[in-house]
Design a binder for this molecule. Sequence first.
Ligand code: FES
Length: 116
Amino acid sequence: MFKKLLRLIRGARVAVPGTDALEEGQARKVSIGDPLAGGLELLLCRVEGKIHAVDTRCPHEGGYLVPGPLMEGRYALCPLHNYRFDPRNGKPIGATCPKAKVFKVVEEDGQAEIRF
Ligand code: FES
């Protein structure tokens, strides 16, 4: 379902307003489409001044990355097994599992544009 959705929206850009309110080391969840109908839930994370978008679905065993303060101010957390992921590139920190899916983001005038 996820790959099917990605094929449909590949090349699409989705604007998310109000990202200038997202402070350093914080993460906020946004829904792209209807999650019950194959949409996506992303975590927007501000790390080193930039916004990064990471799929909330954990690549380990089906948990979900959570919004709120990032661990150590920079890592998204999946509370199921407490794995941490770097939202800049999706890499797991201190764990061996696949990378979390990340998306390119351009932020301008307080609005993030997520590119698929
Ligand atoms: S399912 Fe996310 S850390 Fe295990």
